[in-house]
Design a protein around this ligand. Structure first.
Ligand SMILES: Nc1ncnc2c1ncn2[C@@H]1O[C@H](COP(=O)(O)OP(=O)(O)OP(=O)(O)O)[C@@H](O)[C@H]1O
Length: 254
């Protein structure tokens, strides 16, 4: 079966800095991959490239078999227009560290905004689907609240519901729990665990090694813009082969 994500020798530079220095990774359909690594190792940049928030400088990425950022005409490839990129980006939902909800919209309005304005879904259907998603993340009673009235953990669960409302093929999480108070982390991880069990393909940049151990099919350790090693969580987290991975895990684990 076609992998859901294929990244091949992906390069991204910011001036002289090689944020991604030849990253290759395949993610199977329904697989949950956790990406770990020190600050500045390129984890967020990699997610942002998959989601086309950044354009890559070299290599290629396919999402569900579709080469991102380009269209083919005969033997030649042409960069997509902004509009075509926007259409392609719908395949990958992204959940950010800082929720990024619309402050002036209620919870329900936040969730139906994309389906109604971008996907042109009839409003009653969008509302019904949004309510089902709110049930799923355990926040149906908050539909009329504004983001500022919710805890960080609740806002993040709404952000997940909002991403799901766009029916993405993959979900990308960029440190979804690192802005939360410790007691709120569990509820967000529970929603993510649920999605993983439901078969969603997920790439999760996280410092929650417990979550990685329990939920990930594979853990990828990045350092200085490269994938240093990857493997099943039990192997990578308990018995890594590379000294850099060992040092990192020793520093992060309590
Ligand atoms: N828009 C940008 N302009 C310039 N440099 C950038 C930009 N985005 C990222 N970088 C640099 O690229 C490198 C990789 O950053 P990235 O955010 O991907 O790392 P990270 O592994 O996600 O780190 P963290 O865990 O701290 O979020 C860093 O050195 C960062 O400063």
């Amino acid at each position: 079966m076609t992998p859901m994500i294929v990244a091949l020798d992906v390069r991204k530079t910011f001036g002289p800095l090689k944020a991604l220095d030849g990253v290759s990774l395949e993610v199977a359909r329904g697989e949950v991959v956790c990406v770990i690594g020190p600050s500045g190792s390129g984890k967020s940049t990699f997610l942002r490239c998959i989601n086309q928030l950044e354009r890559i400088d070299g290599g290629a990425i396919w999402v569900n078999g579709e080469l991102i950022g380009y269209r083919r005409e005969g033997d030649r490839l042409f960069p997509l227009s902004d509009r075509e990129v926007a259409r392609q980006r719908l395949a990958s939902g992204m959940v950010f560290q800082r929720f990024n909800l619309f402050a002036h919209l209620t919870v329900l309005q936040n969730i139906i905004e994309g389906p109604v304005t971008v996907l042109r879904r009839p409003r009653p259907e969008a509302v019904a689907e949004a309510m089902a998603l709110l049930e799923r993340v355990g926040l149906a009673d908050k539909r009329e609240s504004y983001p500022a009235e919710l805890s960080g953990g609740q806002q993040q669960r709404i952000a997940i519901a909002r991403a799901l409302a766009m029916k993405p093929e993959i979900l990308l999480f960029d440190e979804p729990t690192s802005a939360l108070d410790p007691e709120l982390v569990g509820d967000v991880l529970a929603v993510m665990r649920d999605l993983a069990r439901g078969g969603m393909t997920m790439v999760v940049v996280t410092h929650e090694l417990g979550f990685a151990r329990e939920v990930a099919n594979r853990v990828v350790f990045m350092d200085r813009g490269r994938v240093v090693e990857q493997g099943p969580p039990a192997t990578l987290l308990s018995n890594p082969s590379h000294a850099r991975t060992r040092e990192f895990i020793a520093a992060v684990l309590p």
